[in-house]
Design a protein around this ligand. Structure first.
Ligand SMILES: NC(=O)c1ccc[n+]([C@@H]2O[C@H](COP(=O)([O-])OP(=O)(O)OC[C@H]3O[C@@H](n4cnc5c(N)ncnc54)[C@H](O)[C@@H]3O)[C@@H](O)[C@H]2O)c1
Length: 456
């Protein structure tokens, strides 16, 4: 999708100016133009213009699309003119170069400054694959964490381009420069609850952004195979457990889930019409070092160390909320296995030449853990007692329970998670205390009964 083109098809055709009409002719025109028609056209025009302003990628509210209760905007530091040039092209080519011959991949990783994107990019590079990253560094959560991940990737020789996946010319340029064998599409507006505050950011990144990526992939020559992140949230109000790929996914509980579900349907279209090989991965609550600050295990850690009370949700009748927490290394293993087993796309010159592969897999841990147990594990690793407040779960898009059936991924990808929550959280806490050393001090102080133990 072009950066200058709004993400909707709405167009308003303005009437030609009437400078040539004299006063009486104008009066006559007004007389024969019924007032109700005039008012409805004016209203229509105003709505369309307002809509175009809100979703224009260059408008300051492109990532905002706020409800009246929302004052926060998502900003990416990216500007459309920040790419291109000889040096830039050289860096792209060099980063995409395959070091592992003859079977290596050349992968465009979207959302590479994100939690999963950084780990996946790093793992690919370490085995000798070519990797180019793209991310708009928006401020949904602290962008300095994304910058630190970028620095990490840069040290491994990965070029992470600052850009929006809705920037069609940028994507075309990248596919002109590099014959990517695969796209690992992880860029998205994540988080379930934030969708109630900022719905437009989900449409921008998860729907328009996905279409933009698939458009670039289907017109590329050769067409890459696409592996992309859907989500366990597509199971929504499904009650059958464990969640299997054959279960219903037509009752999402949040807008986030709905955009991921829409993504799965969009993927079907691009596979069907253009012969793109596409694999959708339904991740189940991913956690680990370099994780996302908006997720419970991360914010609990921060608040426990700060002596703040943490809020734990429970379902109706005191039902425990549980998640199939999946460690980042296991997710990365599933992503890479999906790339390795993806068949080639069959399209050429934008036209399908034969049936192409279309897959969807659950990537979970197959062992749900109650959130209260997660807190107890964190307490043990942090050596700090949490101040807990249990409240009824509000209707915010969260579901009570997730549990993955991974037999499909096991059979077709050889996917086998190996890290339990206890071990994974230990690794997370170790990283957290090293990354935020000042909080490590407060942990020790609390252990000794020092000042840090009082609540803020
Ligand atoms: N982490 C989980 O538990 C989880 C669970 C299910 C699904 N997923 C999906 O996995 C993927 C990766 O998740 P994550 O946890 O790494 O999230 P993340 O927010 O850390 O990473 C996403 C990255 O995409 C970037 N991004 C967003 N919109 C963009 C745009 N329009 N253009 C360019 N970059 C953009 C963000 O800046 C961010 O760095 C996402 O698609 C997410 O929906 C994650």
């Amino acid at each position: 999708m072009d950066a200058g083109v709004p993400s909707t098809t709405g167009k308003f055709k303005s009437e030609k100016p009437h400078h040539h009409l004299n006063y009486h002719q104008r009066l006559l025109r007004l007389h024969y133009f019924p007032l109700s028609k005039f008012l409805s056209w004016s209203l229509f025009a105003a709505v369309i213009l307002f809509g175009l302003f809100l979703i224009s990628p260059h408008s300051p509210s492109a990532l905002r699309f706020s409800s009246t209760t929302e004052r926060r905007s998502l900003r990416g530091s990216y500007s459309a003119a920040s790419w291109g040039g000889f040096e830039w092209e050289k860096r792209v080519r060099s980063s995409a170069r395959i070091r592992r011959r003859p079977s290596g991949l050349s992968v465009l990783v979207t959302g590479a400054a994100g939690f999963v994107g950084t780990h996946a990019s790093d793992a690919l590079r370490r085995r000798g694959d070519g990797v180019v990253g793209i991310d708009n560094f928006n401020d949904y959560y602290d962008p300095s964490l994304k910058r630190a991940r970028q620095a990490l990737l840069s040290r491994s020789g990965i070029f992470l381009i600052e850009g929006d996946i809705n920037d069609g010319p940028l994507l075309r340029k990248l596919f002109d420069l590099v014959a990517f064998t695969h796209v690992l599409h992880l860029a998205a507006q994540a988080g379930v609850r934030y969708a109630m505050l900022n719905p437009g950011s989900y449409v921008h990144s998860n729907v328009a952004g996905l279409v933009s990526i698939l458009e670039a992939a289907r017109t590329a020559n050769p067409q890459p195979a696409v592996v992309w992140a859907s989500s366990s949230s597509v199971y929504g109000l499904n009650t059958g457990v464990p969640f299997s790929e054959s279960h219903r996914t037509d009752r999402p509980a949040s807008l986030y889930a709905a955009t991921k579900k829409a993504g799965e349907e969009i993927a079907h279209v691009y596979n069907h019409i253009y012969g793109l090989s596409i694999t959708g991965l339904r991740f189940f609550t991913v956690y680990g070092p370099w994780g996302r600050p908006d997720m419970a295990y991360f914010s609990f850690t921060r608040d426990i160390l700060a002596g703040k009370t943490i809020t734990i949700f429970e379902g109706p009748g005191g039902v425990t909320v549980a998640r199939d927490f999946t460690f980042i290394d296991d997710i990365v293993q599933g992503c890479i296995a999906s790339l390795d087993t993806a068949k080639k796309s069959t399209g050429s010159g934008g036209t399908k030449q034969g049936p192409a592969q279309l897959r969807v897999f659950n990537l979970g841990n197959t062992s749900p853990v109650p959130v209260v147990e997660l807190v107890s594990i964190l307490e043990r690793h942090l050596k700090v007692k949490a101040k807990r407040k249990v409240v009824k779960m509000p209707r915010n898009g969260d579901v009570l329970f997730t549990h993955a059936n991974i037999s499909s991924a096991r059979a077709e990808l050889g996917y086998q998670p190996t890290t339990n929550l206890q071990t994974g959280l230990k690794k997370f806490v170790k990283w957290y205390l090293a990354y935020y050393p000042s909080t490590a001090g407060s942990s020790v102080a609390k252990k000794r009964g020092g000042r840090g133990s009082s609540s803020s």
